[in-house]
Design a protein around this ligand. Sequence first.
Ligand SMILES: Cc1cc2nc3c(=O)[nH]c(=O)nc-3n(C[C@H](O)[C@H](O)[C@H](O)COP(=O)(O)OP(=O)(O)OC[C@H]3O[C@@H](n4cnc5c(N)ncnc54)[C@H](O)[C@@H]3O)c2cc1C
Length: 441
Amino acid sequence: MTNNKQRIAIIGGGIMGVTLAYRLSQQDFAVTVYERGPSLGGLASYFDYDGIRIDRFYHTILSSDMSMQDLIEESGVADRLHFTETKQGFYDGGKLYPFNTPMDLMRFPPLNIIQRFRLGLQVIYAQFESDWQTIDQIPVEHWLLKVSGRGVYNKVWQPLLRAKFDTVSEDVPATYIWSRLKRMMGTRQGVTSKEMMCYLENGYYTLIEAMAAACEQRGVDFKLNTGVDEIVIENGAATAIQTSDGRTEPYDIFVSTLPSPVLAPLIPGAAQAFRKQLSSQAYLGVLCPLLILKRKLTPYYVLNITDSSIPFTAVVETTNLIDPQHVNNHHLVYLPKYLAPDNEMAQWPDDKVEAEWMRYLKQMFPDFDESWIEDFIVQRARYVEPIRPMGTLDQIPSIKTPVGNLYMGNTVMIYPSLGNGEAVTSFASRMIEQILQDVRG
Ligand SMILES: Cc1cc2nc3c(=O)[nH]c(=O)nc-3n(C[C@H](O)[C@H](O)[C@H](O)COP(=O)(O)OP(=O)(O)OC[C@H]3O[C@@H](n4cnc5c(N)ncnc54)[C@H](O)[C@@H]3O)c2cc1C
């Protein structure tokens, strides 16, 4: 059956790899997916806990994420998608403040009345800005100061930037905040500005599993626990894959979904300049403890933290989005910390992370009682968010690489979109267009 079909190897079984397999197997290709880990999902994978699946990292789908919702519908799991109204808050000066509606903004005590108005104006201004190539040449601080002013910048934006980047550097482009403001406003419903988000029961893995099942019916071969050690390149073109279990397997087309610095050492036969372009791409990592509680901690899905002495970036209580009944009535609180590549916290052992995180959590919530805790589970990932300094757009790789037969896609390339399921699955469609165009001549 597969003899006449072009053979495609997809490297990486995260949501991008599985989406590519799902779509390419609908075309006339014989598809094999190589995944180094024991299960599919990558950053969107899960762990088993108390008889249920829990997302390693928090994952929400926005009501405006149509590529994700189309895939969910098509793969037959739409009945497991739930829309909920969510709330956000701010932690400032030892207090929690709601931050959801224009009224919340108008009452936001950490800012004076003029500053509140300027903050609102900044959010509106971002919605009307569409020329991202121009703002990509403006440092984020300059762009924010122009509309928000120094007071709002120091009180709100700078702590948020520091938390997200682990440091505030001069060469972060304005596009970074602009993309976030655009995306978040896409979740607002009607004049009440209520924020609607959705979740899949048992997390993103529910979609990945459904797509993988459809793929297997079409003959896709998922090779789990099989890392790719090398993509063999002969005369400038990829010809075969060498796997961690010692095999060499030939293919016609190769598609990498790996982070750029992870792909670089797998292609020793590629030009030095291309490998250097990939390996020099910096990424933020994440240290993301999950606190499993017997009871609710806050009323918010996200509590942003403006106090820079607190080691974590935010308090993300996903069971204010997810119905706790879908997670055996546990309450799930993620406490992420984004890490610059040289941050030594990445090496901290789990018990040190737990001691430090709990110290600050008790400071934030004086009523917090250790008897509420069911578990504290530390999750980590090294390649999470690409860092794109100003003036480096020409360093973003193309889908069609300089190596013959080798295509690539990762979150570096979805710029100026943010790294999320929506952007990754939409980008997979662009990759498929490129592959089909080349194959069909
Ligand atoms: C803390 C956190 C919160 C997030 N929140 C959200 C959210 O709310 N909403 C949202 O939509 N997105 C969110 N995301 C982002 C989302 O998880 C990612 O954008 C998405 O999962 C990336 O998928 P991917 O397939 O591109 O990459 P990855 O998931 O990184 O997949 C790459 C795969 O390649 C495999 N691999 C690596 N090396 C090899 C090798 N040599 N051979 C074979 N396989 C290999 C890896 O094991 C992995 O499975 C969040 C991420 C994090 C970390």
